[in-house]
Design a protein around this ligand. Structure first.
Ligand code: FES
Ligand SMILES: [Fe+2]
Length: 336
C-alpha cells in the first residue's frame, strides 16, 4: 500500500466511545472518541501481552485494556498499570503507536506513514460534503478483491451496460455501448473525467424521479490517491454524488464505505428515508454484480508496472491514468 498518504478508513458515524478495530493491509488499529469527542487511532495491540485494545473500553478519555487494565492516553502513552504500586514508575516502553487522525466529509482519515504529515499530500477536496443539508446516506460492502481492483472497477466507464442491466438500466441500441473519446484531467494525486450517460431505461425508483429526457445527462468520475473514488450522476438539475473509501483490509479483502448526497428530495422526511433505502438497495446490488468479476480477476492486484499485461483501449483512459499514478508512486508501493 502507499504509505505516506491520508487513508479514509471508517465512517465518522461508526466511531464512538466504544472502541472499534479496523484493519489496514493487515495492520490492526483501534479507533474511538476521547472525552472531547475527538477521534483517536492507536495500534490495537496492548504493549503488555498483546491483547486487543478494541475489546476494552474508554473511561475519562483513556482506553483500558480488557486483560489487565493498562490504561492508555490518546497519544499512546500508558498512564496506569493496575498491578503495580502507584509509586512504581511506568516503563518508557509501555506505549502503543498513535496515528494522526482527521475527520472530514463524514470519514475518519488516518495517516500511517513515516514522513511528517505537512510534507505529504493533503486530504482531497470535496467541499460539497463539508456541511450537507442533512445526514448523508451510507453504504458498506465487503469485496473479496484487492483495493486497486475495486478502485478500477469504479473508474471503469464501459462495463455498466453489461454488468448492471438489472440494477441500473439498459441501453436502447447496441451503439450505446460505444464510449466516445472523453476528456481526462490528471492532477498530481488524482484524476477526473466526465462522460454523457447513455443508459436510456433506468430501473427502480430512479425512473420515476430523474428526468430521463435530458440529452446532457452526465456522470463524473474522480479518483484521489490513495483510496478514494467519487462519482456523480446528473439528470437535468438533479444530482447525486458519492464518495467511496476503498479500505484495504488485506490482499484480497476491501471494504467499500460510501457516503452519498443529493440535491433533491431532501426536505420530505418520509421520502428521504425511502429514497435512501432504495439507493442503498441498488448500491448493494451493483456491488454484488461487480464483486463477481473483480474478485476473480488475474492478477489480483492491478498490474500498474506492466502495461502490456492487459490490453487497455481508448475507453479505458481513466484506468491508464490510474496506473500511471500508481507507477509514479510505485517506490512507496514496493516498500511494503
Ligand atoms: S495485555 Fe493488556 S493489560 Fe495485559
Ligand atoms: Fe460496476
Amino acid at each position: 500500500m502507499l504509505e505516506n498518504f491520508w487513508y479514509a478508513v471508517e465512517l465518522s458515524s461508526a466511531v464512538t466511545t466504544k472502541p472499534k478495530q479496523v484493519t489496514i493491509m493487515g495492520r490492526e488499529l483501534v479507533l474511538y472518541r476521547d472525552s472531547q469527542k475527538k477521534a483517536v487511532a492507536l495500534n490495537n495491540r496492548c504493549a503488555h501481552r498483546g491483547a486487543a485494545l478494541s475489546l476494552g473500553w474508554v473511561k475519562k478519555g483513556c482506553i483500558e485494556c480488557p486483560y489487565h487494565g493498562w490504561k492508555y492516553q490518546s497519544d499512546g502513552k500508558c498512564v496506569n498499570i493496575p498491578a503495580n504500586h502507584s509509586n512504581v514508575s511506568i516503563p518508557k516502553r509501555a506505549r502503543v503507536d498513535a496515528y494522526p487522525v482527521q475527520e472530514k466529509y463524514g470519514f475518519i482519515w488516518v495517516f500511517l506513514g513515516d514522513m511528517p504529515t505537512t510534507e505529504c499530500p493533503p486530504i482531497p477536496e470535496f467541499s460539497q460534503f463539508e456541511d450537507p443539508v442533512r445526514k448523508p446516506a451510507c453504504l458498506e460492502y465487503n469485496f473479496s478483491a484487492h483495493y486497486t481492483r475495486t478502485i478500477e472497477n469504479v473508474l471503469d466507464v464501459s462495463h455498466a451496460p453489461f454488468m448492471h442491466k438489472g440494477s441500473v438500466g439498459t441501453s436502447k441500441t447496441p451503439e450505446d455501448t460505444v464510449i466516445e473519446d472523453y476528456e481526462l484531467q490528471v492532477s498530481e494525486w488524482g484524476l477526473s473525467a466526465t462522460l454523457g450517460i447513455k443508459i436510456n431505461k433506468l430501473n427502480g425508483l430512479m425512473k420515476f424521479i430523474l428526468p430521463q429526457d435530458d440529452p446532457n445527462a452526465k456522470k463524473e468520475y474522480r479518483f484521489a490517491l490513495p483510496n478514494i473514488t467519487y462519482s456523480s450522476v446528473q439528470f437535468g438539475s438533479y444530482k447525486i454524488e458519492s464518495i467511496t473509501a476503498h479500505v484495504p483490509i488485506d490482499e484480497t479483502t476491501t471494504v467499500a464505505k460510501a457516503i452519498s448526497i443529493r440535491n433533491f428530495l431532501n426536505n420530505v422526511p418520509l421520502l428521504n428515508d425511502w429514497f435512501d433505502r432504495n439507493t442503498a438497495k441498488v448500491g448493494t446490488k451493483i456491488c454484488q454484480e461487480d464483486d463477481v468479476v473483480v474478485q476473480d480477476q488475474i492478477p489480483k492486484q492491478v498490474p500498474y508496472n506492466n502495461m502490456s499485461c492487459e490490453l487497455l483501449v481508448a475507453s479505458d483512459a481513466t484506468l491508464i491514468a490510474y496506473r500511471k499514478l500508481l507507477k509514479k508512486y510505485g517506490k512507496q508501493l514496493e516498500k511494503v
